[in-house]
Design a protein around this ligand. Structure first.
Ligand SMILES: [Zn+2]
Ligand SMILES: [Zn+2]
Length: 785
C-alpha cells in the first residue's frame, strides 16, 4: 500500500496536468539491481535474474490493475544490459573527468550483506538494508569524488528552498556539513612531525592546552614508541577500535583517553602541550586530530577535568567574568579576548579573522573550509549489480573498457554462494580478459557498482528510453528535464536525492544538460501505518493491494489512500475508511444513474440563460465552487484529501438537489443543461482520483473520446456569487417597500416578487394595475389607478 500511495499521488498529478493541457511524461521503471533482490533470491533458492524478472512481472500486473497512467513504452529495468550499458558509460565519463578513483581506505563493512557500504548507507552504525552491525575494514575500492561538488550541492539547497521540503534540505546541508575555520600546524616536540589541525574556533587558539588524536591516527603508536607509555597506549587503541563509533562520539558517552608521551607546541603561545589520544575523536572528520580548548568546549572541559589537564580562559563574557578554577560549563559563545597576546580586548568574532591572518603571516596556518561529506564509495563485493567497466593490467594499470565494447555483461549462468559471496571473483570466463591497451592477459574488475549509481540518472533515460545509440538525446533532455514533480520518501534525503543531484551537476559540466537540479519540485510522501507501525513484511502488518482491488476495486484503493491523509503526512490504515470510500463511489454511481436520462436529453447551457429557480442557481454555484476548490487543492496545495472532501460535499448537494428535481425538470430551458454541467463536472473532477468509474460514466453519457483527453473544467467566479440585491418598490413613484432578490433574477421574477409582497398586495388591493416599470438592479415602479 506504500507503493499505491507513492504512485497514486504521482498519478493524480499526471492525470490532472494532462487534463490541463500539458504534455506529461509519466514513466515507470525498476531499480532492480542490488542487495535486497540478491538476498531475497538466495533465500528463495532462485537466480537473482529470474527472481527479479518474476517480481517485475507481478508488479507490472498490479500497477496496471491500479490504473496508473504510465507510459509503458518507456519502461526500463536497471538490471537489463540495454540499461546498465549506459550506467557503465556514465562511469567511464566520470572516470575521464577525473571524478572516479580507486584507493585503499577504511570502509564500512556489513558482514551480513557481505559488502562495503557508502557512509550514507550506514544508519546509526547499522546497515541501511539489514540493520546488521557495520564494522571498519581497510580495503581497496572505487570512489566517486562527490566532495568536489560539496559547495555546489550546498549552494543548490538554497535554490530549492520552497520547492523541496525544508527538512530534506536541512538534512542534506547537515550531511554536507560545511564549516569555516582555520588549519593550524602543530609541531611535535623532539620529533620531525607536524600535525595539521582544523578548528572552527581560531579565536581560541591561545587556550589550546592539549591536543587529542583519534586512536586510529597513524601517529599515535609512533609517538609512544619507546616511551614508558607505549604498552598502555597500544592497549587503549586496540580497545577503542572495537567500540561503536556512534557511542564513542555521542555527547553522553564516557570520554576516555591516554597520554601518548609526546608534546606538541602551541604555535601562538609557544608552550608545550601534551598529546593525548581519546575515544571521542574519529579519523573520518577533518584530520583525525583536534586542538583541545577546555575553557571553550564542553567535551574538552569534561576531558580536562577527568584527566586533570590545564584549563585557560581566553574569551570572557561581557557581563560576568569566568574563573578557570570553578567553571563547570564551557563558555562556547562570543565575548572579549583575554590571555591572547596582541589580540586581547578584541571581540572574539573579529579575532577569528585576525588570528587567521596572523597564522598566514607567520606561515603556520591559514583560514580554511571543512566539509563533513566524504567521497562516495561505489564498490560492492556482490554479484547482482552493474559490472565496473575497468580492466586491471600488470603493464598498464587500470584501463577503462572502450565505449564500443560496452556493455560489460554480467554473466547469468553462475551459481551464487549461500552467503552472497560473489561468483565473479572465481569465474575465469568473466575476469580473464585482454588489456584493451596492450593486449596482454589482464583481469577484469569483479566489484560491481552500488545500485544507487543506477538510480542516480535513470530519469534522464526515460526521455529517450529506447535509444540504443546513446544514453539520451540532447533534444529530449532539453525538452523534458528537469523533472517538474518528483515524489519519493524522506528516507532518500541523503541517499538517492543527494546522489542524483551530484550526477546532475556532473552531467551539466559534461554539457549533457542545461539545468542545475534534476527535480524541480519534490514531495516526500508519508508512510502507511497499520497497528501503530509502518507497513512492512517483516512486521507482518501488510495489506495486499490485490486484495483491496479484488474486494472493492482499484478506484476504492486509490481513493482511500489519497483521502485518508494529506500526501506528506503519515496515513493510518483503516478498514472502515476503505469501506467509506467504497460506499461513496456507490453513492456517486447511484445519483448518476438517477439523472442519466435527463443528462442525455440535455443540450448545452446558452450564454444568456435565465432561470428563476433558486435550486438551479444554487446547483450551478456549488458546481463552480467545487471546481475552484478541487483545482486549487491539486494544483497549488497538493492536498488531495481536501479535494476529495470537496467532491464528497458536492455529491451530498446533488442528493439534496434531487428532492426538488421532479418539480424543476422541464420547467426551464436551462434546467437540464445545468444538471448536465454539474454531473459532467463531477465526473471530470473525480477522474484523476477514481479514473475507472469516471471513464465508465463519461462513456455512458455518449462521449466518444476517453476522459483522459478531456479538458479540466473551467472555474467561473461569476456563478459562485450568492449576492442579493435590495430593490425599491414604488407605487406611483412613491417608495412603499424594499425587497431582496437574487442578483441574477430576471425582470419577471422581480415583478412577481414585488406584486406578491404582502404589504404591496394590501396597498394595491382592488386597484387596477396599469403598468409596471422595472429598472434592473434598482427599482420597480407599479402604476395603479
Ligand atoms: Zn547489511
Ligand atoms: Zn595493458
Amino acid at each position: 500500500m506504500g507503493h499505491v500511495r507513492n504512485y497514486g499521488i504521482g498519478d493524480v498529478v499526471a492525470r490532472f496536468m494532462r487534463m490541463k493541457g500539458f504534455n506529461v511524461l509519466h514513466p515507470i521503471g525498476w531499480d532492480a539491481f542490488g542487495l535486497p533482490a540478491e538476498n531475497a533470491a538466495i533465500k528463495n533458492k532462485k537466480h537473482p535474474a529470474k527472481w527479479t524478472e518474476d517480481n517485475i512481472a507481478t508488479m507490472q500486473t498490479q500497477l496496471r490493475s491500479l490504473g496508473l497512467s504510465y507510459d509503458w513504452d518507456r519502461e526500463i529495468a536497471t538490471c537489463r544490459p540495454e540499461y546498465y550499458r549506459w550506467s557503465q558509460w556514465c562511469f567511464l565519463k566520470f572516470y575521464e573527468k577525473g571524478l572516479v578513483y580507486r584507493k585503499k581506505s577504511q570502509v564500512n563493512w556489513c558482514d551480513a550483506c557481505n559488502t562495503v557500504l557508502a557512509n550514507e548507507q550506514v544508519i546509526d552504525g547499522c546497515c541501511w538494508r539489514c540493520d546488521g552491525e557495520v564494522e571498519d575494514r581497510f580495503q581497496e575500492g572505487w570512489f566517486f569524488k562527490i566532495t568536489d561538488y560539496a559547495d555546489r550541492l550546498l549552494e543548490g539547497c538554497k535554490h530549492l528552498s520552497g520547492k523541496w521540503p525544508e527538512q530534506v534540505l536541512i538534512m542534506q546541508s547537515n550531511w554536507i556539513g560545511k564549516s569555516y575555520g582555520a588549519e593550524v600546524d602543530f609541531k611535535i616536540k623532539e620529533k620531525n612531525e607536524t600535525i595539521k589541525v582544523f578548528t572552527t574556533r581560531p579565536d581560541t587558539l591561545y587556550g589550546a592546552t592539549f591536543m587529542v588524536l583519534a586512536p586510529e591516527h597513524p601517529l599515535v603508536s609512533q609517538l609512544s614508541l619507546g616511551t614508558k607509555q607505549e604498552i598502555e597506549v597500544n592497549k587503549f587503541v586496540n580497545k577503542v577500535k572495537q567500540e561503536d563509533k556512534l557511542a564513542r562520539t555521542s555527547e553522553k558517552g564516557e570520554k576516555k583517553g591516554v597520554f601518548t608521551g609526546a608534546y606538541a607546541v602551541n604555535p601562538l603561545t609557544g608552550e608545550d602541550i601534551p598529546v593525548w589520544s581519546a575515544n571521542f575523536v574519529l579519523m573520518d572528520y577533518g584530520t583525525g586530530a583536534v586542538m583541545s580548548v577546555p575553557a571553550h568546549d564542553q567535551r574538552d572541559l569534561d576531558f580536562a577535568r577527568k584527566y586533570n589537564l590545564p584549563i585557560r580562559i581566553v574569551i570572557q563574557p561581557k557581563d560576568r567574568p569566568l574563573d578557570e578554577s570553578n567553571m563547570t560549563e564551557a563558555f562556547s559563545t562570543n565575548g572579549i579576548m583575554v590571555n591572547s597576546g596582541s589580540f586581547n580586548g578584541l571581540a572574539s568574532e573579529e579575532a577569528k579573522k585576525k588570528v587567521c591572518e596572523h597564522l598566514e603571516d607567520i606561515k603556520i596556518g591559514k583560514s580554511s573550509v571543512n566539509f563533513r561529506l566524504r567521497d562516495w564509495g561505489v564498490s560492492r563485493q556482490r554479484y547482482w549489480g552493474t559490472p565496473i567497466p575497468i580492466v586491471r593490467c600488470e603493464e598498464c594499470g587500470l584501463v577503462p573498457v572502450p565505449e564500443n565494447e560496452l556493455p560489460v555483461q554480467l554473466p547469468l549462468d553462475v551459481k551464487l554462494g549461500d552467503r552472497g559471496q560473489s561468483p565473479l571473483t572465481t569465474l575465469g570466463k568473466f575476469y580473464k580478459t585482454q588489456c584493451p591497451k596492450c593486449g596482454n592477459l589482464a583481469r577484469r574488475e569483479t566489484d560491481t557498482l552500488d545500485t544507487f549509481v543506477c538510480s542516480s540518472w535513470y530519469f534522464n533515460r526515460f526521455t529517450s528510453a529506447k535509444n540504443n545509440q546513446s544514453a539520451f538525446n540532447k533534444d529530449d533532455l532539453d525538452y523534458w528535464m528537469p523533472v517538474d514533480q518528483y515524489v519519493g520518501g524522506i528516507e532518500h534525503a541523503i541517499l538517492h536525492l543527494l546522489y542524483s543531484r551530484f550526477f546532475h551537476l556532473v552531467f551539466k559540466d559534461l554539457g549533457f544538460i542545461k539545468s542545475d537540479e534534476p527535480f524541480d519540485c519534490l514531495l516526500t510522501q508519508g508512510m502507511v501505518i497499520k497497528d501503530g507501525a509502518k507497513m512492512s513484511k517483516s512486521k507482518g502488518n501488510v495489506v495486499d493491494p490485490d486484495e483491496i482491488i479484488q474486494n472493492y476495486g482499484a478506484d476504492t484503493a486509490r481513493l482511500f489512500i489519497l483521502f485518508a491523509a494529506p500526501p506528506a503526512k503519515d496515513l493510518e490504515w483503516s478498514d472502515q475508511g476503505v469501506e467509506g470510500c467504497y460506499r461513496f463511489l456507490k453513492r456517486v454511481w447511484k445519483i448518476f444513474d438517477d439523472f442519466i436520462i435527463d443528462i442525455k436529453l440535455a443540450g448545452s447551457i446558452t450564454k444568456d440563460y435565465k432561470t428563476d429557480s433558486k435550486e438551479l442557481l444554487e446547483l450551478r454555484r456549488v458546481t463552480h465552487v467545487t471546481i475552484g476548490r478541487v483545482t486549487d487543492d491539486i494544483q497549488i496545495k497538493m492536498q488531495f484529501n481536501t479535494a476529495i472532501a470537496a467532491i464528497m460535499e458536492f455529491v451530498n448537494h446533488l442528493y439534496t438537489f434531487r428532492d426538488s428535481w421532479l418539480l424543476l425538470k422541464g420547467k426551464d430551458d436551462c434546467s437540464r443543461p445545468i444538471v448536465k454541467e454539474s454531473f459532467e463536472t463531477l465526473i471530470l473532477l473525480l477522474a484523476p482520483f477514481a479514473p475507472h468509474i469516471a471513464e465508465e460514466m463519461w462513456s455512458l453519457l455518449g462521449h466518444k473520446t476517453s476522459i483522459v483527453q478531456v479538458e479540466w473544467p473551467v472555474f467561473n467566479k461569476d456563478f459562485t456569487t450568492t449576492e442579493e440585491l435590495l430593490i425599491v418598490v414604488q407605487l406611483n413613484g412613491k417608495v412603499r417597500q424594499r425587497i431582496t432578490v437574487s442578483a441574477s433574477a430576471s425582470q419577471e421574477v422581480i415583478k412577481s416578487l414585488a406584486l406578491n409582497d404582502s404589504k404591496i398586495k394590501e396597498q394595491t388591493k382592488g386597484r387596477e394595475i396599469k403598468k409596471v416599470i422595472v429598472v434592473p438592479g434598482k427599482l420597480i415602479n407599479i402604476v395603479v389607478k
